[in-house]
Design a protein around this ligand. Structure first.
Ligand code: GLN
Length: 196
């Protein structure tokens, strides 16, 4: 049986993730409840607005189940606001992150001058040349724990893609392009876990 890829569908650009995953032939489901989470093998936490998403997560009673899902070793990928929610600590008061990846994150870390930008990145594990990455009011990873591996950095050394065991984060938005290689990378991670 094909592993089922869930996309957290509380807020943000979950439809775009679903479209990318479907282009790759993945079996995907929207996840809004604990029961729906229990029915998927991996999960994407999309970009959007992290405080709104965290509020809805609490209203839907998803906080504990999401932490348990990641702790059980199932693959989880957070893009942008998703990266914020997966962090262990934020430099801001809000939202309360899930503590799934050993990172300290600063929201809107690129400041007003470069609010949004695009750049070509080399991503470890993503073959086929530079990846054109879109950053929108992106968070900055300011610290990583010893088990977090940087997969891509900007010229100034800022980490913009990272992996810790079963958890992947990207500060940019692969779902806003038609280059599905990062989604392919996540599906490969999911397949690797399914084969264990
Ligand atoms: N700046 C947003 C936040 O703090 C994240 C932006 C995004 O996901 N594009 O939630």
């Amino acid at each position: 049986m094909n592993p089922i890829v869930g996309v957290l569908a509380l807020q943000g650009d979950f439809q775009e993730h679903i479209a990318s995953l479907r282009r790759l032939g993945a079996d995907t489901r929207e996840v809004r409840t604990e029961a729906q989470l229990a029915a998927v093998d991996s999960l994407v936490v999309p970009g959007g607005e992290s405080t709104s998403m965290a509020k809805l997560m609490d209203i839907y009673g998803l906080r504990e189940p999401l932490v348990a899902f990641a702790r059980s070793g199932k693959p989880v990928w957070g893009t942008c606001a998703g990266l914020i929610l997966l962090a262990s600590r934020l430099q801001e008061q809000r939202p309360e992150p899930l503590g799934i990846m050993d990172t300290v994150v600063q929201r809107n870390g690129f400041g007003r001058q470069v609010d949004s930008f695009e750049t070509d990145l080399d991503i470890a594990g993503v073959a086929g040349g530079p990846y054109h990455a879109i950053f929108i009011r992106a968070p900055k990873i300011v610290e990583i724990g010893p088990s977090v591996e940087a997969l891509a950095t900007l010229e100034d050394g800022t980490i913009v893609a990272a992996r810790e065991r079963n958890v992947l984060v990207t500060a940019f938005h692969p779902e806003l392009t038609t280059d599905d290689r990062v989604h392919g990378f996540f599906l490969a991670m999911a397949a690797e876990v399914a084969a264990r």
